[in-house]
Design a protein around this ligand. Structure first.
Ligand SMILES: [Zn+2]
Length: 260
């Protein structure tokens, strides 16, 4: 569907043979068996821009079907229309005999015609901006890891105080240790407990999982093939490695990558 954006598809009866003609980019394909399209469907002559109806696909991918001659009839979801927004699941019939247009086959055929007429491999797209996209993602990942380490340290310190304080207290009790040291121990234990609780609070407030998901999603939305017909995610590869791995060509649409 992507390569049909901005295109107009002409639909009608093949002159003579009576198959369904699908024309786009000045090229045409015939669908169905000879004679399968009734006479009430108007002819499609792409050279003269003549057809029964046309489907315009805008740059957002929205489709509008238009009946091209007042003498023609086109039905969408049971209603006769002159022009109507449609989706691939719309029921479209052409002519008084209600020839059932298989929209999915028609769109797939139009896509194939465009793919041959305008191959992506002949197109070049600048990828320089992807270096920044990767660097930002990488930087955020490192920051999150550092934050996690910090939380881990606080929690370990708490554990150390609590366990250490408790052990000293037990030891001190056994050895009959008194004075300053013994007085200090409960405080150590209490402090450990506080740090321990603090680390729990910090962890419960920690948004790092949500942040990771958000950053990953954002990265996957932006680290994509710059060909608007493709826009596929290029994978978790550094900018440098990605260029090397793919040989400056999109692995999906085969367009050429250039750096400006
Ligand atoms: Zn691509």
């Amino acid at each position: 569907m992507a390569n049909l954006k901005g295109k107009t598809i002409l639909i009608g009866k093949e002159p003579g043979q009576g198959r369904l003609y699908v024309a786009v980019c000045g090229k045409v394909a015939a669908l169905g068996a000879p004679g399968s399209v009734p006479a009430s469907v108007s002819r499609c002559i792409p050279q003269q821009n003549v057809a029964h109806a046309q489907i315009e696909v805008d740059h957002q991918g929205n489709m509008t079907i238009t009946n091209l001659k007042p003498a023609n009839v086109t039905y969408v979801d049971g209603i006769e229309v002159m022009s109507k927004r449609i989706t691939p699941s719309s029921q479209v019939f052409l002519g008084r005999d209600r020839y059932n247009l298989d929209l999915n086959t028609l769109l797939a055929t139009a896509e194939k015609i465009v793919a041959v007429a305008e191959p992506a491999s002949a197109k070049e797209f600048n990828i320089s901006h992807l270096r920044q996209v990767w660097d930002d993602f990488h930087q955020k990942t490192i920051e999150r890891q550092k934050h996690q380490q910090k939380l881990g340290l606080i929690s370990s310190a708490g554990m150390l105080f609590t366990v250490g304080g408790g052990a000293l207290m037990a030891l001190g009790g056994k050895m009959g240790l008194d004075g300053f040291m013994q007085d200090l121990m409960p405080y150590l234990t209490a402090m450990g407990g506080i740090v321990f609780i603090l680390s729990f609070v910090l962890r419960s407030k920690d948004k790092s999982i949500e942040n990771t998901e958000k950053a990953t999603e954002e990265f996957q939305d932006h680290y994509v093939c710059p060909n608007p017909d493709c826009n596929k995610f290029l994978g978790n590869l550094s900018y440098k490695l990605m260029k090397k791995q793919y040989g400056m060509q999109c692995p999906f649409c085969k367009c050429k990558f250039i750096e400006k």
